[in-house]
Design a protein around this ligand. Structure first.
Ligand code: NAD
Length: 332
């Protein structure tokens, strides 16, 4: 079983959403997306709007949404749609996974991050006071509708964050590397290639017992940077990849990283640790220690020897710490 991924123009998306209202559609929508979906507002009373999706990715708001949908009469044969960035689709997917023990859902990612990663794959959930994404469920959307028209309104920072995830894919896959290295490739083609790559891994390994974990490249250090420096996820992942490759002395992968970085016009200042004056090293290592991919004292890292050749290596946290702290940027 897998999701059906379709690229749609704005009008096609409107029509698809209109058709999905049979028998009935319940939506969780990021309020910021409203300007791009004006028609939707006029037609659907069964919408729960999120005005600060990441802050609202909580069990309390989950409770509000499920109460609202139940009050409106949601039934097992109805569908939930999540329209927004990753925080919105994570929430909508979790509502769909749990309400009436699971109803179908449609993911409509509206950020670059959502289109290449967060809006696909069926990992759904909410944050808790103990950490991010700690309550959740695996529940694949029936459809993922990708409409690149949404990208027009995104901030530069959010675009850079999404491109950081694309850089990850370009290291994992030769095909995506070739697309990313050609500056004339339409962004929509890169998005669809990343989405198809992720879906292929998921088709083989839905619950991340094997190669799906390749997608975690850069995420162990990345999540710790995100948490410590309060920077967008994809920028933190880019930093996580850079410092991981440096620490593990993966020279070929590092050279490819630099080429992709330039081609995707990422911002070198944003991934240079020395530009962050408030870096709290002990908070950083505490975050690494709480990594979900840790078993015992071992961290399962995705490494890349050459583009398209990912592999896993299990390393004790103490060993990783020694290697990373030997890097000059960590000594400031
Ligand atoms: N489920 C997964 O597999 C997975 C993978 C990676 C990340 N995530 C989750 O995704 C979230 C990060 O995703 P994100 O970066 O999309 O975050 P987000 O949903 O918080 O969106 C980022 C910002 O962009 C705004 N936005 C959304 N669409 C827009 C548009 N078209 N134009 C302008 N602004 C728009 C949002 O309102 C928000 O301010 C995190 O909660 C993370 O945990 C999930």
């Amino acid at each position: 079983m897998n999701s059906k991924i379709t690229a749609l123009k704005q009008l096609e998306l409107m029509n698809a959403l209109e058709n999905a209202r049979e028998p009935r559609l319940f939506s969780v929508i990021d309020l910021k997306v409203k300007n791009l979906l004006p028609q939707w507002l006029q037609f659907s009373p069964d919408v729960f709007w999120l005005n600060h999706p990441e802050e609202q990715k909580t069990i309390e708001v989950y409770e509000q949404i499920t109460s609202f949908f139940l009050k409106q009469g949601i039934q097992r044969g109805h569908t939930v749609a999540g329209i927004g960035g990753g925080a919105t689709t994570d929430m909508a997917g979790f509502v769909a996974a749990t309400i009436h023990r699971g109803v179908n859902w449609i993911s409509v990612p509206t950020t670059l991050m959502g289109m290449v990663d967060a809006g696909l794959g069926g990992k759904t959930g909410v944050n808790t006071s103990h950490g991010k994404n700690l309550l959740g469920a695996f529940h694949l959307p029936e459809h993922v509708w990708i409409c690149a028209d949404f990208l027009k309104t995104m901030s530069r920072t959010e675009i850079l964050s999404g491109r950081g995830e694309i850089l990850k894919y370009a290291l994992l896959s030769n095909e995506i590397y070739d697309l990313a290295m050609n500056t004339k490739t339409p962004m929509e083609d890169i998005i669809m290639a990343c989405a198809q790559y992720k879906m292929k891994l998921i088709g083989e390994d839905f619950k991340e017992a094997g190669n799906r974990a390749f997608l975690n490249l850069g995420h162990t250090l990345g999540h710790a940077f995100e948490h410590t420096l309060k920077i967008p996820h994809g920028i933190a992942v880019t930093m996580g990849i850079k410092y991981l490759f440096q620490a593990m002395k993966l020279e070929n992968a590092l050279a490819s990283y630099e080429l992709i970085f330039k081609s995707l016009q990422l911002d070198p200042e944003k991934v240079d640790l020395t530009n962050y004056s408030q870096f709290d090293k002990s908070a950083f290592w505490s975050a690494v220690n709480h990594d979900k991919k840790k078993t015992g004292d071992g961290l399962k890292l995705t490494l890349v020897d050459n583009v398209g050749q990912p592999r896993f290596e299990v390393l004790p946290v103490a060993k990783l710490k020694t290697l990373v702290e030997a890097l000059s940027d960590f000594k400031t």
